[in-house]
Design a protein around this ligand. Structure first.
Ligand code: PXP
Length: 251
């Protein structure tokens, strides 16, 4: 097993700030270039149905300009499937989406929506896009993802990051570790993300079966104080330290 751990930087909230005033500044594509220069392995952008942050032309520009893989997050709707099939990003992460939510609040119910998701996963795979399902770290969701033919799952780390005390956080971390092991047994590549910051990313990075972290809100917030390059470099150091600490753990 390789111990490579990729860092995907989500630039949605650069677009949130831009959209607060209209116009073109700050540009999420410029932020993406700076994140890559600082060591991001990939860029993630969520094209929401309401276009509250990333817009269609951001996806087009990211796709055209980036030298690293683009991971497009989206809901499994006909409109998004058509855009994704046209733009053909390296990867697509299917997420649940509710208009009233502030962020992606939970994982996709892959087990409960097998029939509709099967069609979407197939359509995206046929377009050459690597499909990932954003799911809670629960065995039945992983089994559904494998059965649907998705090569990748991304485990939702929100409950772990939001845990109010150490005992609950440890419990959530164990759930993610078990899910990552189950995903590997099912032949799924395992990613993780949501809510991660400098303090919480290391223990997830220590899980050898996790191969990619996708991190946005914290890094863009931190960039206000230090610049995006420094925020990404510091995150890379945190995850390298976490990975090294987990090197002796059984997968
Ligand atoms: N992964 C997925 C699938 C997401 O939907 C998000 C949020 O857009 C993230 C990772 C990143 O979460 P955060 O912005 O909290 O770091």
């Amino acid at each position: 097993m390789t111990d490579e751990l990729r860092l995907g930087v989500n630039v949605d909230h650069v677009a949130t700030v831009r959209n607060a005033r209209g116009g073109a500044h700050p540009d999420p594509v410029r932020a993406a270039h700076m994140a890559v220069a600082a060591g991001a392995d990939g860029i993630t952008a969520h094209l929401r149905e309401d276009r509250r942050h990333i817009r269609d032309d951001d996806i087009v520009r990211l796709r055209k300009e980036l030298s690293v893989p683009l991971n497009m997050e989206m809901a499994a709707t006909p409109e998004m499937v058509a855009i994704c099939r046209r733009e053909r990003p390296h990867a697509c992460c299917l997420v649940p989406e509710k208009r009233a939510e502030r962020t992606t609040e939970g994982g996709l119910d892959a087990a409960g929506q097998r029939d509709s998701l099967r069609e979407v996963v197939t359509a995206l795979r046929e377009a050459g896009v690597r499909v990932s399902l954003f799911v809670e770290p629960e065995p039945h969701q992983l089994e559904a993802a494998a059965e649907l033919g998705a090569p990748v799952v991304e485990l939702h780390t929100g409950a772990y990051c939001d845990a109010e005390d150490a005992q609950r956080r440890d419990g959530e971390l164990a759930r993610i570790r078990d899910a990552a092991a189950r995903a590997a047994k099912l032949g799924l590549e395992c990613h993780a993300g949501h809510g991660l910051g400098f303090d919480t990313a290391g223990p997830i990075a220590a899980i050898a079966n996790v191969r990619e972290l996708n991190i946005g809100h914290f890094l863009i917030g931190e960039a206000v104080f230090t610049g995006i390059g420094e925020a990404v470099r510091r995150m890379r150091a945190c995850i390298a330290e976490g990975r090294a600490a987990g090197a002796d753990d059984p997968a």
